[in-house]
Design a protein around this ligand. Sequence first.
Ligand code: FE
Length: 187
Amino acid sequence: MTSLVRRRLLAAAAALPVMPAFAQSRPLTCGELTAAQTEGPFFKTRTPLRASLAEAGSKAPRLVVSGQVLSAQCRPVANALLDFWHADEDGEYDNSGFRYRGHQFADAEGRYRLVTNFPAEYPGRARHIHVKVQAPGKRVLTTQLYFRDEPGNRRDGLYRPDLEMRMPARIDEKRASEGFFDFVVEV
Ligand code: FE
């Protein structure tokens, strides 16, 4: 390669837009805001600050959900608030206490990580996790996350494929698993 060609190539590379590192390794999920969904009848305020909702005595396997909170411009939302709640292994919500309820704040890169136990389905609903996500001082997004390959998804009118977590495999209720989801919120 002549030095002139090399200089031109370097100049061309420098002119390319700088993509965030995460955009190179997985599909770009920002751009459109994450769809909102009903909060349902079981939301409670004043949840504990904790990233792990896991219960030592639960028969349900461990579930880790992680991802990033992003703006529609694909920028990480540092310190975004995420408030999660979901049913227990019997499909029940804790309405007197705070089992399977908790909030956390995303880190400086907008990353969050929830540790919990698999929620069970309950009558009329596909398996899901409720969440409220809010960029600091901005509007609250209320939505729900769904699970891959669940037969209940097709029967649930609230289910949306774009709210399904990326999961490495169909879930096996006896084994720990991971889900990935990036939220896109108003900033
Ligand atoms: Fe629910």
